[in-house]
Design a protein around this ligand. Structure first.
Ligand code: ADP
Ligand code: ASP
Ligand code: MG
Length: 413
């Protein structure tokens, strides 16, 4: 007998029929002799609808109350799923995050999980129940409802799997695994049999929303066996694995595992600022004070005692960033501000990059041949990211997919 945590995302519970489908799948796993904990998201579109209601009342809704509102989507799904299971003659009990309790820091909208009480769930499982837990939500020390950030049900599932020492955590979604890139952008994208935690972390942090980044961090830290698979059929999905020796020595292994993109980027530049030590801090200090997260950064080589400084931010922070830079120009008594909120970031990721040179060259050549101009570049050991005009995003993804032969299976290459 194994203990299995299954998570079903919004599309997978998007209608009453789909909730009944989830009930059948969970019941089947239990009938095979396993203990089953199911974590569910809100029905598709529901979280956005709830956010929309709040934004009709306020541009800056109170963060605590906003979490009270958006956490209700998941509560509906757990109740409906348990009703469906009961109707099938299967014992089931639902839990909200606070009923579990999934304890988090006192931060609204993006709280981190601190601990999970597992006694009640264990007792229910031992009594033959399927336990159904609301994803995306937790409870702060003072009893306030918190939420874990968009896509947070993935993290709820992995955290529960870690707390319960589950044998496996399966993230069931509307695609049948992790692909070489988002199959909605490149239909030739290919499902990966497995991917390392390290690569999955990069992909998630660079914009692949198939798994919330914190869920991957959690699974890596607590050694949770994690798989992504389809809620609609029975394929093997994709296993997230430790970076094993075999991968490093396998010469056949693809250099690049996947391509991620992020549409929410904006770029700002301050030109003609004095080129002297400390200027970067002078610019980024006030930006940080406004709680603006900076991603890619470039400082041009100075000429005539001045330099240009460019960085990217989340598109939501574009206006705020421009305001900060305009303020700096006034303070420095010179310079010029430019901005572009129509850029995207496209990244290639692969542990194979470590042992191979020339990957950046290949990437830039492929983009250049399609006339795609690169405005910023950033690299790490296992990824290369470029900022480009948003109108070229799909073209860039497909071009790189082809250039790195990601549509070919590993055994073809
Ligand atoms: P859920 O509601 O089940 O949590 P999400 O919409 O959060 O589902 O995540 C699944 C989606 O992630 C897919 O429908 C797909 O469009 C997108 N996606 C982005 N990158 C990838 C990738 N590399 N592999 C698979 N899916 C991806
Ligand atoms: N319902 C939440 C969201 O839409 C959490 C999730 O689906 O994982 O972001
Ligand atoms: Mg998701």
């Amino acid at each position: 007998m194994a203990l299995i945590v299954q998570k079903y995302g919004g599309t997978s519970v998007g209608t009453v029929e789909r909730i009944q489908n989830v009930a059948r799948r969970a019941a089947k796993t239990q009938a095979e002799g396993h203990q089953v904990v199911v974590v569910v998201s809100a029905m598709s579109g529901e979280t956005n609808r709830l956010l929309g209601l709040a934004s009709e009342i306020s541009k800056t809704p109170n963060a605590r109350e906003l979490d009270v509102v958006v956490s209700t989507g998941e509560q509906v799904t757990i109740g409906l799923l348990c009703i469906a299971l009961t109707e099938m003659g299967v014992k089931a009990r639902s839990y909200t995050g606070s009923q579990v309790a999934i304890r988090t820091e006192s931060v609204y909208g993006k709280a981190r999980i601190e601990s999970i009480d597992d006694e009640a769930i264990r007792a229910d499982l031992a009594a033959g129940n399927i336990v159904v837990v609301a994803g995306f939500q937790g409870v702060a020390a003072d009893g306030s409802i918190t939420t874990l950030g968009r896509g947070g049900s993935d993290t709820s599932a992995v955290a529960l799997a870690a707390a319960l020492d589950a044998d496996e955590c399966v993230i069931y979604t509307d695609v049948d695994g992790v692909y070489t890139t988002d199959p909605r952008v490149e239909p030739k994208a290919r499902r990966l049999e497995k991917i390392t935690f390290e690569e999955m972390l990069e992909l998630a942090s660079l914009g692949s929303k198939v798994l919330q980044i914190r869920s991957v961090e959690f699974a890596g830290k607590y050694n949770v066996t994690l798989r992504v698979a389809s809620s609609f059929d029975d394929g093997p999905g994709t296993l997230i694995t430790l970076d094993d020796e075999e991968e490093n020595t396998d010469m056949e292994k693809a250099l690049i595992s996947g391509i991620a993109f992020n549409r929410d980027e904006a770029q700002v530049t301050i030109k003609g600022v004095p080129d002297r030590p400390g200027i970067a801090a002078k610019i980024l200090g006030p930006v940080g004070e406004q709680n603006i997260e900076v991603d890619m950064i470039v400082q041009n080589i100075g000429r005539d005692g001045t330099t240009d400084f460019t960085f990217t931010v989340h598109r939501n922070d574009f206006k705020k960033s421009m305001d900060v830079l305009h303020g700096l120009v006034t303070q420095l008594g010179g310079g010029e501000v430019e901005g572009n909120d129509e850029i995207v970031k496209v990244s290639i990721v692969g542990v194979g990059m470590r042992s191979h040179a020339g990957i950046a060259g290949k990437m830039f050549t492929a983009l250049g041949e399609e006339g795609i101009n690169i405005s910023l570049i950033s690299t790490s050991e296992i990824k290369i990211s470029v900022a480009i005009d948003e109108k070229y995003m799909e073209l860039a993804v497909r071009t790189l997919h082809r250039a790195f032969e990601l549509d070919k299976s590993e055994s073809d290459s």
